[in-house]
Design a protein around this ligand. Structure first.
Ligand code: 5GP
Ligand code: ZN
Length: 113
């Protein structure tokens, strides 16, 4: 049994506001946006985090970044955007399915908190 929230979103068992989908990738608006645009980009394959990427599954990462570039072009992010992946508890990962946040539409600080 797969209790993963993002796997359920991919299957449509939990509704989401879809932004993009292809054979490998699903992207949808974050339910609690931290910027005017806040999109989550995830692989359809369940991978726990970026720390679990290896030769057997790394193709999805290139597909994710192809999708990110398409989404960025479609949304015409004028002043740039940020891509973030939190890995593990101290980095703030709350959902254990690999995901990349796309944030845009406001100025951002560096380093992040
Ligand atoms: P993390 O904290 O693991 O880096 O990011 C998880 C993200 O998933 C958070 O930004 C959170 O707002 C988002 N999230 C959690 N549950 C849901 C949900 O049911 N639907 C959507 N669209 N986003 C969710
Ligand atoms: Zn999953």
């Amino acid at each position: 049994m797969n209790d993963c929230l993002f796997c359920k979103i991919i299957k449509g068992e939990i509704p989401s506001s879809k932004v993009y989908e292809d054979e490998y990738v699903f992207a949808f608006n974050d339910i609690d946006p931290q910027a005017p645009t806040h999109i989550l980009v995830i692989p359809k394959e369940h991978i726990t985090s970026a720390a679990e990427i290896d030769e057997s599954n790394s193709k999805v990462v290139s597909k994710i970044f192809e999708a990110i570039a398409k989404i960025a072009k479609e949304n015409n992010f004028e002043n740039g955007f940020r891509v973030v992946s939190n890995i593990g508890e101290s980095a703030g990962q709350t959902v254990k399915h690999l995901h990349f946040h796309i944030l845009s539409g406001r100025d951002m600080t560096w380093p992040p908190g």
